[in-house]
Design a protein around this ligand. Structure first.
Ligand SMILES: Cc1cc2nc3c(=O)[nH]c(=O)nc-3n(C[C@H](O)[C@H](O)[C@H](O)COP(=O)(O)O)c2cc1C
Length: 168
């Protein structure tokens, strides 16, 4: 069930030294391609980084990136296509990627803690293509701790803010 995959996805930050098969990476990219986007504008570009030397360079200016993943995806907005919904669109693609990764036994972690300008230069991105999120990918080295979530009654409001009719 989709909810089971959603609930067992975790941010994984320690990876086995084991490559990811190409067809698995392709499935993740296909999942990204089918994400919804505002007016179906698809304002995105995805850069796959697998060479360890390049991953090490990315790590040099990404304090948020822990561990040594065998691959990472850099999710970029393409501002020449559209920018009013680009961040939301990329977030949809990111979740598609991470849920598909979970379904395939991979671990993933979204990373925002990186220097955008440095990554732009390293990946030779044109100025209208901006790196917004890194997703690290790899087989988990160990099971992740399950983080807490706010209780549902704290975050859900029925009919109006503060409403607690419980949907009845
Ligand atoms: C937009 C965004 C940015 C994030 N940036 C980082 C990051 O830079 N480094 C990191 O280790 N985790 C990062 N995370 C992962 C969160 O820490 C993680 O999702 C949160 O602790 C909940 O854990 P879970 O993903 O296992 O449910 C980010 C998550 C999101 C959604």
């Amino acid at each position: 069930m989709v909810l089971d995959i959603i609930k067992c996805r975790r941010s994984i930050r320690r990876f086995l030294d084991k490559p990811i098969p190409l067809e698995v990476l392709q499935a993740l990219l296909e999942a990204a391609r089918w994400a919804p986007s505002g007016s179906n504008s698809q304002p995105w570009a995805f850069v796959v980084v697998q060479e360890q030397a390049n991953i090490n360079k990315v790590k040099m200016f990404s304090p948020g990136l822990q561990g040594v993943p065998p691959a990472l995806l850099v999710l970029c907005s393409d501002r020449s296509v559209g920018d009013s919904t680009a961040i939301m669109d990329l977030s949809m693609a990111a979740q598609n990627i991470m849920l598909t990764a979970t379904d395939k036994g991979l671990g993933a972690c979204p990373i925002r803690g990186f220097n955008q300008k440095a990554l732009q230069t390293l990946l030779k991105l044109p100025s209208h293509v901006q790196p917004e999120l890194i997703i690290t990918l790899g087989y988990p080295a160990k099971p992740a701790r399950i983080p807490s979530r706010r209780p549902i009654e704290d975050i859900v409001h029925w009919e109006e803010y503060g409403g607690n009719s419980g949907g009845k």
